[in-house]
Write a protein that binds this ligand. Structure first.
Ligand code: SF4
Ligand code: SF4
Length: 437
């Protein structure tokens, strides 16, 4: 079986450029919810002095992640910040002293077995850096090591524009190697597959060099076909295995880890410096000159754009992430978060909403859906308020990749309707559960 998908313009404008490290901004705003799960709980107060790597918020609950100061300076304010979904979450604002002094407590963790490894990954504040934002340590928690049959390293980076993972492969291949070594030692996994699209020849060469000196590592070169980096798509294309509906990669023995997340874990094990900065692709039609910028977490988008050389025109829309799955930033001072891998600033032409017309029943949306869903039928069920039908249509499987909207000749907002349909289905299923109690 061949999984569908689409060809999108690659626009990897920054792949050849070394990332530039920006100077610390005057202030950073660090939201307590930069991960999937419960927001972190602040452990500092207004007026406290912090250094780079100081714990400022602890994980609250099982699916949560601690947060650390990304600049040295003083806690200026504790307030709230508006997230991309419109909710408000607590936020710690730090005024930088410009010195970037590391916290004295930063030291390599003592890791000698699976439990101490998991604890270290948890304390590092690591979340899925490819955009998912899922706390990384949770993937490794098990009572039975035999469940881990293979690790798939997600190096596909299939969204247009984004090259931050490509730069990881080119600039931090040693860290990827050490990350693989750590997973071999603590998880006992022997098989590693690096899944990478064929539009990154230099990164492929680097990864093949790494595989040549590491037993059990293969590089799977995949067609540059969006959404090759979608977790279930990648598992299927690398192993031929299908994750069951409602299941997890571990149900087919796989752990999927983003290549930059893996490099970060290796670096944390060596230095103890938690996740305080990100390499971010800054691109889009409004930009003067696109760049990859290493920025402290909490840097405002406005400061990041400035550090990248500024815009040639006022951006009409700024996206967190790429143009296929990216989400509009609510404000120019919205911050860079742990899972931000790109900021795309669009001019008015690029950002203009498409003119929508009636469905012509061409079926292109269904034939290009990588998960073989039927977005046109989903839209009809949603319009008619038929949650049961949405369940039959498996809308819960939709990964919101946007392929259906992209290929629709009528420019229908199919992915947006899918998101609303998933919400409708969840509410329906919750009501069903309550009714059965
Ligand atoms: S957004 Fe959902 S329905 Fe549309 S192509 Fe992607 S997975 Fe399929
Ligand atoms: S691609 Fe658009 S026009 Fe074609 S069937 Fe799907 S919704 Fe209708």
């Amino acid at each position: 079986m061949k999984l569908h998908g689409i060809h999108v313009p690659h626009k990897k404008n920054t792949a050849q450029q070394q990332p530039v490290r920006m100077a610390p901004p005057k202030t950073v705003a660090i939201p307590m919810s930069m991960h999937i799960g419960k927001p972190a709980k602040p452990v500092v107060r207004r007026g406290d002095t912090v250094k780079v790597g100081t714990l400022i918020a602890q994980a609250d609950g099982y699916i949560s992640a601690p947060i650390h100061a990304s600049v040295s300076g003083t806690v200026q304010k504790m307030d709230e910040i508006t997230m991309t979904n419109g909710t408000k979450v607590p936020c710690i604002r730090i005024e930088s002293d410009g010195a970037q002094t590391p916290d004295e407590s930063v030291a390599p963790p003592d890791v000698y077995d699976l439990n101490t490894f998991i604890e270290a990954v948890k304390n590092s504040g690591s979340v899925g850096l490819g955009g998912a934002g899922f706390p990384t340590f949770v993937k490794f928690v098990t009572k039975d090591l035999s469940v881990f049959r293979e690790v798939i390293i997600n190096a596909a980076e299939c969204e247009p524009y984004i090259t931050s993972d490509t730069r990881t492969m080119l600039d931090r291949a040693d860290s990827i190697y050490r990350g693989i070594t750590a997973l071999k030692r603590y998880l006992g996994v022997k098989t590693f597959i690096i899944g990478i699209e064929n539009n990154k020849p230099e990164a492929i060469a680097k990864m093949r060099g790494l595989a040549a000196k590491t037993e059990g590592v293969t590089v799977r070169v995949l067609p540059a076909m969006y959404p090759q980096g979608g977790e279930k798509v990648l598992i299927y294309n690398c192993t031929g295995k299908i994750v069951p509906r409602g299941g997890l990669p571990l149900d087919v023995g796989a752990v999927v880890i983003n290549v930059t997340t893996l490099a970060f874990i290796a670096e944390y094990l060596e230095t103890g410096m938690p996740l305080v900065e990100k390499c971010i692709t800054v691109d889009g039609s409004a930009l003067q000159a696109p760049k990859n910028v290493i920025a402290p977490i909490g840097t405002s988008i406005a400061d990041l754009l400035e550090a990248a050389g500024g815009c040639r025109t006022e951006p009409a829309k700024v996206l967190y992430g790429g143009p296929m799955m990216g989400i509009a930033a609510p404000l120019p001072d919205s911050p860079i978060m742990k899972n931000t891998n790109a900021i795309i600033a669009m001019d008015a032409k690029e950002a203009a909403p498409p003119k929508t017309t009636s469905c012509i029943g061409c079926g292109a949306c269904a034939s290009h859906c990588p998960l073989r869903l039927d977005p046109r039928a989903v839209a009809t069920a949603y319009r008619l308020d038929r949650a049961e039908e949405l369940e039959k249509l498996c809308v819960d499987l939709c990964m919101e990749c946007g392929c259906c909207s992209y290929v629709c000749p009528a420019r229908r907002p199919l992915v947006q309707t899918n998101k609303l349909s998933k919400l409708m289905l969840r509410q329906y299923q919750n009501q069903q559960k309550e009714g059965n109690r």
